[in-house]
Design a binder for this molecule. Structure first.
Ligand code: 5GP
Length: 131
């Protein structure tokens, strides 16, 4: 069965899309730890990030770099933090999170619940800055 992220890429499940290229896709995390929390995934469904081929891994990393640049413009922050966990959804993904202090990357704190309108605005703002 396709992963929930493959179903998002296929358009079967809605998401707040941020960017896409031939091999990769980026969208807002539905339970953000900070405003602008983005997930970057390869379209090819592989569970473990380090099982991607060298080409897929390089493509994903370079795509994430472009998304991070757009994210930093859309959500001014000291840096964009990057994390890989992957214990919940078995489809490789990189978390990109705007951070101003270390605790902004804390995955254990209560997640934000942002109105749909705000999620849409955040996604549109990142998309508008994506190059
Ligand atoms: P991880 O596998 O890295 O531990 O966490 C998976 C992440 O995917 C979580 O931050 C969770 O909020 C996010 N997530 C899980 N299901 C969905 C979904 O259906 N849509 C979106 N946008 N994010 C999801």
């Amino acid at each position: 069965m396709a992963s929930i992220f493959s179903r998002i890429v296929a358009g079967e499940i809605p998401c707040y899309k941020v960017a896409e290229d031939a091999n990769n896709f980026a969208f807002l995390d539905i339970n953000p730890v900070a405003k602008g929390h983005v997930l970057v995934i390869p379209k090819h469904e592989v569970d473990y990030l380090f099982d991607l081929s060298d080409e897929e891994y390089a493509s994903l990393t370079l795509f994430a770099k472009r998304v991070a640049a757009a994210l930093k413009k859309a959500i001014p922050c000291v840096k964009v933090g990057e994390a890989v966990l992957g214990l919940e959804v078995p489809h490789a993904h990189i978390h990109l999170i705007p951070i101003n202090k270390e605790s902004d990357m804390n995955f254990f704190k209560e997640k934000l619940q942002l109105p749909a309108e705000e999620m849409m605005q955040i996604a549109e703002s990142i998309a508008a800055n994506f190059q």
